[in-house]
Design a protein around this ligand. Structure first.
Ligand code: IMP
Length: 426
């Protein structure tokens, strides 16, 4: 596998970390290209659970390189804390971790702004992770208030920028929230200068590095964060994250042209979950939804929030697969559905009396659609020990076949538990 990508097809939390971890074995370099420490990737092996947020999952495997590319937004303190946490679990982090000097930096005022803005939206809050992701990306696009990792090493201009930006942010935040306590620009500049010093050995031009690696025949694995339906341009706007979290972000975020990717793997759960606000057509606000939440441990890795749970939505997932252009799918957490009498797949939407397989572009239409379900018998037996798709109960195989047919994409990986071993691959 020379150049591969792993991308979520739903609203995030599809257990991509597990697939990235397994595929890392066959690749030299693992690349994060968008998002930041809003992501939460859990990987289990040898009875140990590793929780990653900003670091590429590949860092857990000895001899592999993890790259945080230009399109990621980086909170340096969160990054160093995560490095320490993972080191404490026995993982080596040194020259194997690279951070782009083009990656934008998250500052304390980004978190402060996000808290004020989310509070102001009241009942329509996006339900963000409060990590300053959206506010940092907004400054990147706006350009005048942005600081990139490379800027931290140009002392004079860096201090001037922090002073100017903090002054502006203090004015805005005070106007929006009279109780706001102004931030101290000098303290921020000193703090971030120290953090930058510690991070310095990792900071490089990752775009150049990745192209040199490709020229040298190295294999790359692109690790998507969040999911295709949270994509800023193609997702369920405005209830999305602020980056291109579909495969669209690979090219812009890493600088590696998409045509270099030989295999695109889309990851989906055997059901659907969502954290935060926004329409969710197949949501189950009943005991089945609670059952899925309990059995699937559906609580956010980053924020601990209970995830909203519902039936598999083939309309939404098919759209995610189309936008990301996936070749094959990996279906996760199939074991979570094992005790149900019957399982449902949303095969179409009913929008104002019209049946459609199209995923609406407007959030109000998405809020209005009624799911049209295909109901299948459950398998009512434990499957987490099974290692071959052909050994699955026939009802579980029928469920997989229905999903593959509705998405129009073959399922090449099936996961029936958190461990590396609990995976069936074609
Ligand atoms: P933000 O990325 O913190 O700005 O949050 C925007 C939306 O994306 C919120 O609904 C979050 O819950 C959601 N989100 C962000 N990161 C993740 C993730 O890793 N998994 C699932 N949802 C996420």
């Amino acid at each position: 596998m020379a150049v591969t990508s792993v991308v979520g097809l739903q609203w995030g939390d599809e257990a991509k970390g597990k697939i990235v971890d397994i595929l890392t074995d066959h690749h030299d370099i693992v690349v994060r290209y968008q998002g930041g420490n809003n992501a939460g990737h859990t990987v289990c092996f040898n009875g140990v659970k590793y929780k990653l947020s900003l670091l590429p999952t590949g860092i857990l495997r000895p001899g592999k390189i993890g790259v945080i590319a230009a399109g990621v937004v980086v909170n340096p303190r969160a990054m160093l804390d995560e490095m320490e946490r993972v080191r404490a679990q026995g993982v080596e982090i040194g020259e194997n971790l690279l951070l782009s000097d083009r990656a934008h930096v998250i500052f304390p005022y980004h978190m402060a702004e996000e808290a004020v803005m989310e509070a102001a939206r009241k009942g329509e809050a996006i339900g963000t992770t409060m990590r300053g992701i959206g506010t940092c990306y907004r400054d990147k696009i706006g350009r005048s208030h942005a600081i990139r990792t490379g800027d931290l090493y140009h002392a004079a201009s860096y201090r001037k920028k922090v002073a100017e930006i903090t002054a502006t942010k203090n004015t805005i935040l005070k106007a929006l929230s009279p109780d706001f306590q102004p931030l101290d620009a000098n303290a921020i500049a000193d703090d971030y200068a120290k953090l930058a010093e510690t991070l310095a050995p990792h900071v490089v031009d990752t775009t150049r590095y990745l192209h040199q690696a490709l020229a040298a025949g190295k294999s790359l694995l692109f690790e998507g964060a969040q999911g295709s339906l949270l994509d800023i341009d193609h997702g369920s706007f405005p209830y999305v994250t602020s980056s291109n979290s579909s495969a669209c972000g690979i090219h812009s975020g890493s600088g590696v042209p998409e045509r270099r990717i030989e295999k695109m793997i889309g990851v989906a759960k055997a059901y659907t979950t969502r954290v935060g606000g926004g329409p969710f057509p197949t949501e189950l606000n009943n005991e089945i939804g609670q059952h899925i939440r309990d059995v699937g441990h559906e609580y956010g890795t980053v924020t601990g929030r209970p995830r909203r749970c519902g039936w598999f939505d083939a309309v939404a997932t098919r759209y995610g697969a189309m936008v990301s252009g996936v070749d094959t799918m990996s279906l996760m957490l199939l074991d979570v559905l094992s005790q149900l009498d019957e399982v449902k797949i949303c095969e179409a939407y009913d929008l104002s009396g019209e049946r459609t397989m199209n995923f609406p572009s407007h959030v109000e239409d998405l809020a209005e659609v009624q799911p049209v379900y295909r109901t299948l018998p459950g398998w009512k037996q434990e499957i987490s020990h099974i290692r071959k798709v052909s050994d699955l109960p026939k009802q579980a195989r029928a469920y997989l076949d229905s999903i593959a047919e509705l998405i129009g994409t073959p399922i090449s990986i099936v996961s029936v538990g958190p461990d590396r071993e609990q995976t069936m691959m074609d």
